[in-house]
Write a protein that binds this ligand. Sequence first.
Ligand SMILES: Nc1ncnc2c1ncn2[C@@H]1O[C@H](COP(=O)(O)OP(=O)(O)OP(=O)(O)O)[C@@H](O)[C@H]1O
Length: 328
Amino acid sequence: MTVVTIAARATGLTKTYGQGTAKVVALDAVDFEVVQGEFTAIMGPSGSGKSTLMHLLAALDTPTGGTVHIGDTDVASLKDTPLTELRRDRIGFIFQAFNLVPTLTARENIVLPLAIAGRKVDQDWFDRIVDVLGLADRLTHKPSELSGGQQQRVACARALMNRPDIVFGDEPTGNLDSTSASEVLSFLRRSVDEFGQTVVMVTHDAHAASYADRAVFLSDGRIVDEMRGASQEDLLLAMSRIYPRHDAQASNVQEPPEAPTATAQPGETATTAASEAGETGGDVDEQPEPRGRFAAELYREGGPDPESDPDLEEPTIEQSMPRRALMD
Ligand SMILES: Nc1ncnc2c1ncn2[C@@H]1O[C@H](COP(=O)(O)OP(=O)(O)OP(=O)(O)O)[C@@H](O)[C@H]1O
Protein backbone atom coordinates (compact mmCIF):
# COMPACT_ATOMS: atom_id res chain seq x y z
CA MET A 1 0.00 0.00 0.00
CA THR A 2 1.39 3.42 -0.94
CA VAL A 3 1.31 5.95 1.87
CA VAL A 4 0.53 9.42 0.57
CA THR A 5 1.78 12.41 2.54
CA ILE A 6 0.14 15.77 2.01
CA ALA A 7 2.65 18.59 1.59
CA ALA A 8 0.02 21.35 1.47
CA ARG A 9 -3.73 21.44 1.81
CA ALA A 10 -6.30 24.09 0.92
CA THR A 11 -9.76 23.75 2.42
CA GLY A 12 -12.65 25.93 1.28
CA LEU A 13 -10.04 28.40 0.05
CA THR A 14 -11.67 31.62 -1.07
CA LYS A 15 -10.24 34.94 -2.23
CA THR A 16 -12.34 37.90 -3.26
CA TYR A 17 -11.25 41.33 -4.39
CA GLY A 18 -13.34 44.49 -4.24
CA GLN A 19 -16.88 44.87 -3.03
CA GLY A 20 -20.45 45.21 -4.29
CA THR A 21 -20.70 45.28 -8.08
CA ALA A 22 -16.89 45.46 -8.30
CA LYS A 23 -16.45 42.23 -6.34
CA VAL A 24 -14.30 39.59 -8.06
CA VAL A 25 -14.26 36.03 -6.75
CA ALA A 26 -10.74 34.99 -7.71
CA LEU A 27 -10.93 31.69 -5.82
CA ASP A 28 -14.21 30.07 -4.88
CA ALA A 29 -14.11 27.60 -1.97
CA VAL A 30 -11.35 25.45 -3.40
CA ASP A 31 -10.37 22.15 -1.77
CA PHE A 32 -6.97 21.03 -2.97
CA GLU A 33 -4.11 18.84 -1.77
CA VAL A 34 -0.51 18.86 -2.89
CA VAL A 35 0.97 15.39 -2.56
CA GLN A 36 4.51 15.23 -1.22
CA GLY A 37 7.08 14.15 -3.80
CA GLU A 38 4.80 14.96 -6.72
CA PHE A 39 5.01 17.50 -9.52
CA THR A 40 1.65 19.26 -9.77
CA ALA A 41 0.70 21.68 -12.56
CA ILE A 42 -2.04 24.25 -11.97
CA MET A 43 -3.56 25.08 -15.33
CA GLY A 44 -6.25 27.39 -16.65
CA PRO A 45 -6.85 30.38 -18.88
CA SER A 46 -5.96 33.91 -17.90
CA GLY A 47 -7.98 35.09 -14.91
CA SER A 48 -9.02 31.59 -13.78
CA GLY A 49 -7.29 32.00 -10.41
CA LYS A 50 -4.02 30.09 -10.86
CA SER A 51 -1.73 32.74 -9.38
CA THR A 52 -4.16 33.48 -6.59
CA LEU A 53 -4.22 29.79 -5.61
CA MET A 54 -0.44 29.54 -5.78
CA HIS A 55 0.15 32.70 -3.74
CA LEU A 56 -2.26 31.51 -1.06
CA LEU A 57 -0.71 28.03 -0.94
CA ALA A 58 2.74 29.59 -0.69
CA ALA A 59 1.61 31.78 2.21
CA LEU A 60 2.35 34.91 0.19
CA ASP A 61 -1.23 36.18 0.47
CA THR A 62 -4.09 35.95 2.95
CA PRO A 63 -7.35 34.23 2.03
CA THR A 64 -10.78 35.79 2.44
CA GLY A 65 -12.04 32.42 3.64
CA GLY A 66 -10.88 28.86 4.19
CA THR A 67 -7.54 27.53 5.37
CA VAL A 68 -4.09 26.60 4.08
CA HIS A 69 -1.90 24.00 5.75
CA ILE A 70 1.74 23.52 4.85
CA GLY A 71 2.33 20.04 6.19
CA ASP A 72 0.62 20.16 9.58
CA THR A 73 1.04 23.90 9.98
CA ASP A 74 -2.07 26.06 9.72
CA VAL A 75 -0.66 29.14 8.00
CA ALA A 76 -3.31 31.42 9.53
CA SER A 77 -2.18 30.45 13.02
CA LEU A 78 1.32 31.85 12.49
CA LYS A 79 2.41 35.24 13.70
CA ASP A 80 4.75 37.37 11.58
CA THR A 81 8.10 35.85 12.55
CA PRO A 82 7.17 32.16 12.25
CA LEU A 83 5.31 32.97 9.04
CA THR A 84 8.44 34.57 7.61
CA GLU A 85 10.48 31.57 8.71
CA LEU A 86 8.01 29.20 7.10
CA ARG A 87 8.25 31.07 3.78
CA ARG A 88 12.01 31.28 3.99
CA ASP A 89 12.80 27.79 5.21
CA ARG A 90 10.04 25.56 3.86
CA ILE A 91 9.13 27.11 0.53
CA GLY A 92 11.11 27.82 -2.64
CA PHE A 93 9.99 30.17 -5.41
CA ILE A 94 10.70 30.36 -9.12
CA PHE A 95 9.22 33.32 -10.98
CA GLN A 96 8.57 34.00 -14.63
CA ALA A 97 10.85 37.05 -14.56
CA PHE A 98 13.70 35.18 -12.77
CA ASN A 99 13.92 37.84 -10.02
CA LEU A 100 17.65 37.54 -9.46
CA VAL A 101 19.57 40.30 -7.69
CA PRO A 102 21.40 42.07 -10.53
CA THR A 103 24.38 43.14 -8.44
CA LEU A 104 25.14 39.64 -7.15
CA THR A 105 26.87 36.79 -8.94
CA ALA A 106 25.09 33.54 -9.74
CA ARG A 107 26.71 31.92 -6.70
CA GLU A 108 25.65 34.77 -4.42
CA ASN A 109 22.12 34.66 -5.78
CA ILE A 110 21.89 30.91 -5.20
CA VAL A 111 22.93 31.13 -1.54
CA LEU A 112 21.07 34.39 -0.83
CA PRO A 113 18.17 32.83 1.12
CA LEU A 114 20.67 30.96 3.31
CA ALA A 115 22.76 34.09 3.79
CA ILE A 116 19.70 36.05 4.88
CA ALA A 117 18.73 33.27 7.28
CA GLY A 118 22.30 33.20 8.63
CA ARG A 119 22.66 29.54 7.74
CA LYS A 120 25.68 27.67 6.45
CA VAL A 121 25.83 26.47 2.86
CA ASP A 122 25.79 22.69 2.48
CA GLN A 123 28.62 22.56 -0.05
CA ASP A 124 27.85 19.02 -1.23
CA TRP A 125 24.24 19.95 -1.92
CA PHE A 126 25.30 23.20 -3.60
CA ASP A 127 27.74 21.32 -5.84
CA ARG A 128 25.17 18.70 -6.74
CA ILE A 129 22.47 21.22 -7.67
CA VAL A 130 24.92 23.36 -9.64
CA ASP A 131 26.18 20.27 -11.45
CA VAL A 132 22.71 19.02 -12.36
CA LEU A 133 21.81 22.50 -13.62
CA GLY A 134 25.04 22.86 -15.61
CA LEU A 135 25.95 26.11 -13.87
CA ALA A 136 29.45 25.29 -12.63
CA ASP A 137 31.18 27.59 -15.14
CA ARG A 138 28.70 30.44 -14.63
CA LEU A 139 28.90 30.95 -10.89
CA THR A 140 30.93 34.16 -11.04
CA HIS A 141 28.68 35.74 -13.67
CA LYS A 142 26.13 38.42 -12.82
CA PRO A 143 22.59 37.98 -14.17
CA SER A 144 23.24 40.49 -16.96
CA GLU A 145 26.01 38.16 -18.19
CA LEU A 146 23.68 35.16 -18.36
CA SER A 147 21.07 34.14 -20.91
CA GLY A 148 17.44 33.95 -19.82
CA GLY A 149 17.66 30.18 -19.56
CA GLN A 150 20.79 30.39 -17.43
CA GLN A 151 19.18 32.99 -15.18
CA GLN A 152 16.20 30.75 -14.65
CA ARG A 153 18.49 27.81 -13.84
CA VAL A 154 20.15 30.01 -11.20
CA ALA A 155 16.67 30.76 -9.85
CA CYS A 156 15.98 27.00 -9.75
CA ALA A 157 19.17 26.42 -7.77
CA ARG A 158 18.23 29.22 -5.37
CA ALA A 159 14.77 27.70 -4.88
CA LEU A 160 16.18 24.28 -3.99
CA MET A 161 19.16 25.41 -1.96
CA ASN A 162 17.46 25.17 1.43
CA ARG A 163 15.72 21.87 0.53
CA PRO A 164 12.24 23.36 0.91
CA ASP A 165 9.12 21.29 1.52
CA ILE A 166 7.59 22.71 -1.68
CA VAL A 167 8.95 24.60 -4.66
CA PHE A 168 6.36 26.87 -6.28
CA GLY A 169 6.90 27.99 -9.88
CA ASP A 170 4.77 30.79 -11.31
CA GLU A 171 4.94 30.34 -15.11
CA PRO A 172 8.66 29.51 -14.71
CA THR A 173 9.08 28.92 -18.44
CA GLY A 174 6.91 31.82 -19.59
CA ASN A 175 9.88 33.96 -20.64
CA LEU A 176 12.01 31.19 -22.11
CA ASP A 177 12.51 29.77 -25.59
CA SER A 178 11.51 26.15 -26.03
CA THR A 179 15.01 24.71 -25.48
CA SER A 180 15.61 26.64 -22.25
CA ALA A 181 12.07 25.85 -21.12
CA SER A 182 12.68 22.14 -21.60
CA GLU A 183 15.91 22.37 -19.59
CA VAL A 184 14.14 24.02 -16.68
CA LEU A 185 11.21 21.60 -16.85
CA SER A 186 13.55 18.61 -17.05
CA PHE A 187 15.34 19.89 -13.97
CA LEU A 188 12.08 20.28 -12.06
CA ARG A 189 11.11 16.74 -13.12
CA ARG A 190 14.51 15.43 -12.03
CA SER A 191 14.28 17.24 -8.70
CA VAL A 192 11.06 15.31 -8.03
CA ASP A 193 12.38 11.95 -9.24
CA GLU A 194 15.88 12.13 -7.74
CA PHE A 195 15.59 14.45 -4.74
CA GLY A 196 11.97 13.72 -3.77
CA GLN A 197 11.20 17.42 -4.17
CA THR A 198 7.55 18.51 -4.17
CA VAL A 199 6.87 20.96 -7.01
CA VAL A 200 3.79 23.04 -7.79
CA MET A 201 3.86 24.97 -11.06
CA VAL A 202 1.36 27.42 -12.51
CA THR A 203 1.27 27.26 -16.28
CA HIS A 204 -0.88 28.01 -19.33
CA ASP A 205 1.19 25.61 -21.34
CA ALA A 206 0.32 21.97 -22.11
CA HIS A 207 3.95 21.20 -22.96
CA ALA A 208 5.10 22.45 -19.56
CA ALA A 209 2.30 20.63 -17.75
CA SER A 210 3.17 17.36 -19.51
CA TYR A 211 6.28 17.18 -17.26
CA ALA A 212 4.03 17.05 -14.20
CA ASP A 213 2.56 13.99 -12.50
CA ARG A 214 -0.77 15.71 -12.12
CA ALA A 215 -2.50 18.62 -13.80
CA VAL A 216 -5.42 20.40 -12.16
CA PHE A 217 -7.63 22.66 -14.24
CA LEU A 218 -9.05 25.88 -12.85
CA SER A 219 -11.95 27.79 -14.29
CA ASP A 220 -13.53 30.88 -12.74
CA GLY A 221 -11.82 30.25 -9.42
CA ARG A 222 -12.80 26.58 -9.13
CA ILE A 223 -11.01 23.31 -9.80
CA VAL A 224 -13.07 21.74 -12.54
CA ASP A 225 -10.98 18.72 -13.53
CA GLU A 226 -7.65 16.99 -13.09
CA MET A 227 -5.50 14.48 -14.95
CA ARG A 228 -2.56 12.25 -14.01
CA GLY A 229 0.34 11.28 -16.21
CA ALA A 230 -1.10 13.16 -19.16
CA SER A 231 0.86 13.75 -22.36
CA GLN A 232 0.89 17.14 -24.07
CA GLU A 233 -1.69 15.84 -26.55
CA ASP A 234 -3.93 14.56 -23.71
CA LEU A 235 -3.68 17.93 -22.01
CA LEU A 236 -4.47 19.89 -25.18
CA LEU A 237 -7.52 17.74 -25.77
CA ALA A 238 -8.65 18.21 -22.18
CA MET A 239 -8.14 21.97 -22.49
CA SER A 240 -10.25 22.11 -25.66
CA ARG A 241 -12.99 20.27 -23.80
CA ILE A 242 -12.76 22.22 -20.53
CA TYR A 243 -12.14 25.68 -22.02
CA PRO A 244 -13.91 25.59 -25.42
CA ARG A 245 -14.34 29.35 -25.56
CA HIS A 246 -10.68 30.05 -24.79
CA ASP A 247 -9.54 27.29 -27.10
CA ALA A 248 -11.51 28.73 -29.99
CA GLN A 249 -10.05 32.17 -29.29
CA ALA A 250 -6.54 30.80 -29.01
CA SER A 251 -6.93 28.80 -32.20
CA ASN A 252 -7.83 31.95 -34.07
CA VAL A 253 -4.45 33.43 -33.28
CA GLN A 254 -2.38 32.52 -36.28
CA GLU A 255 0.68 34.67 -35.90
CA PRO A 256 3.40 33.97 -33.35
CA PRO A 257 4.71 37.00 -31.48
CA GLU A 258 7.03 39.25 -33.39
CA ALA A 259 10.63 38.14 -33.02
CA PRO A 260 12.58 40.27 -30.57
CA THR A 261 15.58 41.91 -32.18
CA ALA A 262 19.17 41.09 -31.16
CA THR A 263 17.75 37.93 -29.55
CA ALA A 264 17.10 39.93 -26.40
CA GLN A 265 14.68 38.12 -24.13
CA PRO A 266 12.44 39.56 -21.51
CA GLY A 267 14.51 39.73 -18.38
CA GLU A 268 17.81 40.14 -20.20
CA THR A 269 19.35 42.97 -22.10
CA ALA A 270 20.03 43.13 -25.81
CA THR A 271 23.66 43.76 -24.95
CA THR A 272 23.79 40.57 -22.93
CA ALA A 273 22.05 38.57 -25.60
CA ALA A 274 24.31 39.89 -28.33
CA SER A 275 27.51 39.43 -26.36
CA GLU A 276 26.57 35.93 -25.30
CA ALA A 277 25.72 34.95 -28.83
CA GLY A 278 29.19 36.00 -29.83
CA GLU A 279 31.03 34.54 -26.89
CA THR A 280 29.29 31.28 -26.38
CA GLY A 281 28.30 30.31 -29.87
CA GLY A 282 24.59 30.34 -29.37
CA ASP A 283 23.97 29.48 -25.74
CA VAL A 284 21.45 32.26 -25.86
CA ASP A 285 17.73 31.82 -25.92
CA GLU A 286 16.25 32.22 -29.31
CA GLN A 287 12.90 33.67 -30.19
CA PRO A 288 10.20 32.38 -27.89
CA GLU A 289 7.95 29.92 -29.65
CA PRO A 290 4.34 29.24 -28.82
CA ARG A 291 4.30 25.89 -27.05
CA GLY A 292 0.82 24.51 -27.64
CA ARG A 293 -2.22 26.43 -28.62
CA PHE A 294 -2.69 28.04 -25.25
CA ALA A 295 0.70 29.63 -25.53
CA ALA A 296 -0.81 31.79 -28.24
CA GLU A 297 -3.29 33.02 -25.67
CA LEU A 298 -0.47 33.84 -23.31
CA TYR A 299 1.20 36.07 -25.87
CA ARG A 300 -2.04 37.61 -27.08
CA GLU A 301 -3.28 38.40 -23.60
CA GLY A 302 -0.40 40.52 -22.47
CA GLY A 303 2.61 38.34 -23.06
CA PRO A 304 5.96 39.48 -21.81
CA ASP A 305 6.83 43.03 -22.71
CA PRO A 306 9.89 44.33 -20.90
CA GLU A 307 9.03 47.85 -22.00
CA SER A 308 5.68 47.94 -20.26
CA ASP A 309 5.81 45.21 -17.66
CA PRO A 310 7.40 46.50 -14.46
CA ASP A 311 8.02 42.91 -13.34
CA LEU A 312 10.51 42.55 -16.14
CA GLU A 313 12.63 45.51 -15.24
CA GLU A 314 15.81 44.69 -13.43
CA PRO A 315 14.75 44.08 -9.85
CA THR A 316 16.29 45.81 -6.91
CA ILE A 317 17.55 43.67 -4.06
CA GLU A 318 14.29 44.29 -2.22
CA GLN A 319 12.22 43.25 -5.25
CA SER A 320 14.22 40.20 -6.12
CA MET A 321 12.56 37.86 -3.68
CA PRO A 322 9.15 38.46 -2.17
CA ARG A 323 10.10 40.55 0.84
CA ARG A 324 7.66 38.62 2.98
CA ALA A 325 9.31 35.40 1.93
CA LEU A 326 12.63 36.40 3.37
CA MET A 327 12.88 39.02 5.98
CA ASP A 328 9.79 40.48 7.57
N1 LIG B 1 -5.13 42.51 -6.73
C1 LIG B 1 -6.24 42.22 -7.42
N2 LIG B 1 -7.28 43.09 -7.41
C2 LIG B 1 -8.41 42.82 -8.07
N3 LIG B 1 -8.64 41.69 -8.78
C3 LIG B 1 -7.64 40.80 -8.83
C4 LIG B 1 -6.38 41.01 -8.16
N4 LIG B 1 -5.60 39.94 -8.39
C5 LIG B 1 -6.30 39.09 -9.17
N5 LIG B 1 -7.52 39.61 -9.44
C6 LIG B 1 -8.57 38.98 -10.24
O1 LIG B 1 -8.76 37.67 -9.75
C7 LIG B 1 -8.99 36.78 -10.83
C8 LIG B 1 -7.96 35.67 -10.79
O2 LIG B 1 -6.68 36.26 -11.03
P1 LIG B 1 -5.36 35.39 -11.11
O3 LIG B 1 -4.23 36.34 -11.31
O4 LIG B 1 -5.29 34.47 -9.96
O5 LIG B 1 -5.63 34.55 -12.43
P2 LIG B 1 -4.58 33.71 -13.30
O6 LIG B 1 -5.30 32.47 -13.72
O7 LIG B 1 -3.32 33.54 -12.55
O8 LIG B 1 -4.39 34.67 -14.53
P3 LIG B 1 -3.07 34.92 -15.43
O9 LIG B 1 -2.81 33.61 -16.12
O10 LIG B 1 -3.50 35.99 -16.38
O11 LIG B 1 -1.97 35.32 -14.51
C9 LIG B 1 -8.96 37.60 -12.10
O12 LIG B 1 -10.29 37.97 -12.44
C10 LIG B 1 -8.17 38.82 -11.68
O13 LIG B 1 -8.53 39.94 -12.45
